[in-house]
Design a protein around this ligand. Structure first.
Ligand code: PMT
Length: 398
């Protein structure tokens, strides 16, 4: 059965380009339901889109149709993908805040299919922190975004804000309709979350990792067809469907589990925040307060094994090993040292002092490093998008 794509057009000068997109989607035998905001109908006549899509164009929340009983719910139920293009600043704000005051915004709320948002607007509007925050809010909720192109805009200025080429939007739509299975047949192991090192029966040493970065990597790999082993320290996250899940507590447990699973792995990614130290002896009973009046208790720490270093020792030919570098200073320099010391193929550096990067947040700001001459910076983006970029880079190496 043909898949159905909803195209939501907002009131922007690039609206006319969507006619070509609709025509190309129809040629690829997709069913296309075009929805227009009131403003969009001022930029391109619905008749053009009705002719190209071969079906009624919907723009009015109150129109009674025979085709759907409750119009917006009926439309939403049919969609395999919803594309908002061009997405204006106003419509992005409505989506980010759950407003539902016209046909298209009600469909967005009733929709459960993936959503691709293609912004197009004046550069200053696009770069306005309010718009960027709204985009981030939606990205965190799993909405897919295309970055606008740069060039001469209709308002006369040159900058970022042009609607991407129609063929690029088409490529993105096709990728979302059928995610690339470029990790099919690959066995992948990812570690995630924080380790816990017991001090006594009630206390332990841990860190701020929530597992969000590692779990996003595991989910993305499953989506791309891989067999995924997720070795997880402490997190509050649901286990991603389809993974082989190995929960662990301490760094040594994580190390042992990963060494046992290592044979046959095509890719190993270390996204976990592994505790570097543990108590030399975990007390069998709860440690009492000092009663000698000193007010001091001494805890001796010893170093944990470095898991990636241990795995590197028995690395199989062809296996790609990726580490993260959580840095607070000299980010590139320190990351390059870890890349070499742990004999990795790639290292993903994140400056964990930056707002929106590192531990616990939904976004990250990463640099993917192959060597000193091959360094790719990613913008601040959702951990899902970072995971996509990391897998894209790994696929290039595989
Ligand atoms: O989990 P989140 O809340 O989403 O946060 C994400 C993150 C900040 C934890 C993640 O992006 C990240 O940076 N993970 C690595 C954290 C870390 O331990 O960095 P590091 O620079 O100390 O270690 C470098 C690499 O060696 C890492 O891949 C680490 O997993 C690995 N390592 C470290 C110590 C150790 N004993 N064994 C290891 O394998």
């Amino acid at each position: 059965m043909a898949k159905t794509i909803g195209i939501g057009i907002c009131g922007g000068i690039a609206a006319y380009k969507i006619a070509e997109l609709v025509s190309k989607l129809r040629k690829k035998e997709f069913e296309v339901i075009v929805m227009m905001t009131d403003a969009a109908t001022r930029f391109i006549p619905p008749l053009t889109l009705r002719t190209l899509s071969g079906r009624e164009v919907i723009s009015d929340l109150w129109t009674e149709t025979l085709e759907w009983k409750v119009q917006h719910v009926g439309i939403a139920e049919q969609l395999d993908l919803l594309v908002i293009a061009p997405a204006t600043a106003n419509f992005i704000a409505k989506m980010a805040h759950g407003l539902a005051d016209d046909l298209l915004s009600t469909v967005v709320l009733a929709n459960t299919a993936p959503v691709l948002v293609v912004p197009s607007m004046n550069t200053n509007m696009f770069e306005n922190p309010v718009v960027q925050n709204n985009i981030l809010t939606l990205q965190r909720l799993g909405y897919h975004f295309m970055d606008p192109d740069s060039g001469l805009l209709a308002c006369g200025v040159s900058g970022k804000g042009r609607l991407p080429e129609v063929d690029d939007i088409l490529t993105q739509i096709l990728a979302l309709m059928a995610p690339p299975q470029d990790l099919a047949g690959k066995k992948i192991m990812v570690n995630a979350g924080s380790t816990c090192e017991d001090i006594d029966p009630v206390r332990y040493i841990t860190n701020r990792s929530t597992g969000k970065m590692g779990y996003a990597l595991a989910r993305e790999a499953i989506g791309r067809g891989a067999e995924v082993i997720l070795v997880s320290g402490s997190t509050q996250l649901p286990v991603p469907p389809g993974v082989q899940f190995i929960p662990v507590r301490s760094a040594r447990e994580m190390c042992a589990a990963m060494l046992a699973q290592q044979p046959g792995c095509d890719v190993i990614i270390g996204a976990a925040a592994v505790g570097d130290f543990r108590a030399a002896v975990a007390a069998e009973q709860k440690i009492k307060k000092a009663d000698d009046g000193s007010g001091r208790v001494t805890l001796e720490l010893v170093q944990n094994p470095d898991i990636l270093k241990e795995l590197s020792k028995s690395k199989e030919p062809g296996c790609i090993m990726v580490g993260f570098a959580a840095e607070t200073e000299n980010v590139l320099e320190n990351a390059l040292s870890k890349l070499a010391a742990k004999k990795l193929d790639l290292i993903v550096a994140n400056d964990v002092t930056m707002e929106g990067a590192g531990f616990a947040c939904d976004t990250n700001i990463c640099t993917i490093i192959r060597n000193a001459a091959d360094i790719r910076h990613l913008p601040k983006t959702s951990k899902e998008s970072v995971a996509q970029a990391i897998w894209d880079r790994v696929v290039e190496l595989l």
